[in-house]
Write a protein that binds this ligand. Structure first.
Ligand code: ATP
Ligand code: MG
Ligand code: MG
Ligand code: MG
Length: 422
């Protein structure tokens, strides 16, 4: 039963009293794996706000608000990947050991590879990444023409599995997490470098769109192999300054960062092994040049919360907030009780007038609580805009108090002023 009977005509999913956001603080104290240094700000905030719930080490329930946010992030990633010619496909997570033995990574990955046997005794793993699988797929196509290249294939954003030695920090280091992985096939080293560059640019654009400061740093190629590699990191703490030991002219600023993306130029490492060839301009068969490019989708979400939030209040990249606006009607029985109707009207008007806000405006209908208490909650959850319908809403030209949570700015705006702002 909705807390406010007058708000019955608003969809239940837009009423705060009906949202499924259970805080999982208790589990945090009980689960030894989540104690002390095993926790971090984003994990604490996400559990407290009912965004995630711990299941077993390194695995989480992603609760409804998180799924909304993830879907938004996936949409932006899709736009950027398709903008540079990426085509989406889907590959099995259950991978046969044979592929991994061919590349040598069955042994190389060690305990991080989650292995299992099927009923016939066959060895399998739950894929931590898909270089082997995608290269095998392309190798099957005997007539891959140079006309199809550069061929950029990326996978429906899906779960990857890694038996991390220390799964911790919530979604930052899970054993099961979402990754966007793309693989490129090119006709020459030069073309592969160009593709590599265009993916790096797409990553840079993505983080700029999210309003996240991200740096591209030279990186180790790890067990994926290859010659050229960059990590995309969100800087956390800078410690900041000494003379640069490399060029001796500049200043070196050391900074910690969270790895949110990783690009690799692979050359022919995998294409040679799996015989991924194409027919060149002279109709001769040649081994393709490859690259692979990962984005930690769940990690981006948690890392954004980590770098943008205070100790107590979540702040999101505007594009990723689960809901954009929260409207607060007055407390039931208060002097300005009548403004409740205007608050509900506003929820409708915003959703109907601004297509971008359809399904994005919630009404905090828990009117048995004071405005102050609900404002505090709204602040903790980090809705980009919070609108209070109070005394001003009852004036001849109704005015609403608008709090922009990113800047902390408060404004008093008419309905038209609000529509302009949003
Ligand atoms: P890390 O150094 O943190 O272990 P990685 O270098 O092993 O990460 P990559 O193989 O480069 O990871 O995978 C691509 C991206 O997937 C990473 O940049 C990161 O954003 C994400 N990622 C990797 N491991 C995890 C994990 N355990 N949990 C969440 N995201 C992860
Ligand atoms: Mg790792
Ligand atoms: Mg790494
Ligand atoms: Mg990496």
């Amino acid at each position: 039963v909705p807390a406010s009977t007058s708000s019955r005509h608003i969809r239940p999913t837009l009423l705060v009293s009906r949202l499924y956001q259970p805080a999982s603080l208790r589990d945090m104290r009980q689960d030894t794996l989540l104690k002390g240094e095993m926790t971090c700000k984003s994990q604490r905030l996400m559990q407290k706000a009912g965004l995630i719930h711990p299941s077993n080490p390194g695995c989480y329930y992603y609760l409804p608000a998180t799924v909304r946010s993830m879907e938004k992030l996936m949409r932006v990633i899709d736009q950027e990947m398709q903008g540079i010619g990426g085509q989406k496909l889907d590959m099995p997570s259950l991978c046969s050991a044979e592929l991994w033995k061919n590349s040598g990574r069955w042994d190389l990955m060690g305990k991080e590879l989650l292995r299992l046997k099927d009923r016939h005794g066959g060895d399998y793993c739950l894929a931590p990444t898909h270089e082997e699988a995608v290269t095998t797929l392309v190798a099957h196509q005997t007539t891959l023409s140079h006309r199809l290249m550069p061929l950029l294939l990326y996978q429906v954003i899906t779960r990857k599995f890694r038996d991390e030695p220390k799964p911790r920090f919530g979604l930052l280091r899970g054993r099961e997490f979402y990754m966007k992985d793309m693989y490129s096939f090119d006709v020459s080293e030069e073309a592969a470098y160009q593709t590599y560059e265009s993916v790096c640019q797409a990553y840079t654009r993505l983080f700029a769109r999210l309003g996240l400061r991200c740096v591209q740093v030279q990186a180790d190629t790890g067990n994926i192999g290859g010659k050229l590699s960059h990590e995309f990191q969100l800087p956390t703490m800078s410690s900041d300054r000494t003379d640069c030991p490399q060029c001796n002219t500049g200043t070196l600023v050391e900074s910690r960062g969270i790895e949110v993306g990783h690009t690799f130029y692979l050359g022919k490492k995998y294409s040679q092994i799996f015989n991924a060839t194409f027919s060149n301009y002279q109709n001769k068969s040649e081994v393709a040049e490859m690259g692979c490019y990962g984005l930690g989708v769940t990690r981006i979400l948690a890392a954004a919360i980590e770098v943008m939030s205070t100790e107590e209040e979540i702040r999101w990249p505007g594009l990723l907030a689960p809901y954009q606006v929260c409207v607060l009607p007055p407390k039931k029985g208060s002097k300005v009780d009548k403004a409740a109707v205007l608050a509900e009207e506003l929820v409708h008007t915003l959703g109907e007038t601004l297509p971008g806000l359809r399904g994005e405006v919630v009404l905090d209908d828990r009117t048995q609580m004071t405005i102050g208490k609900r404002l505090k909650d709204a602040s903790k959850l980090g809705y980009p805009y919070v609108i209070v319908a109070g005394q001003g809403a009852l004036e001849e030209t109704p005015r609403f108090e608008v709090i922009c949570q990113q800047t902390g700015e408060t404004m008093f705006l008419s309905r038209d002023g609000l529509l302009d702002l949003l």
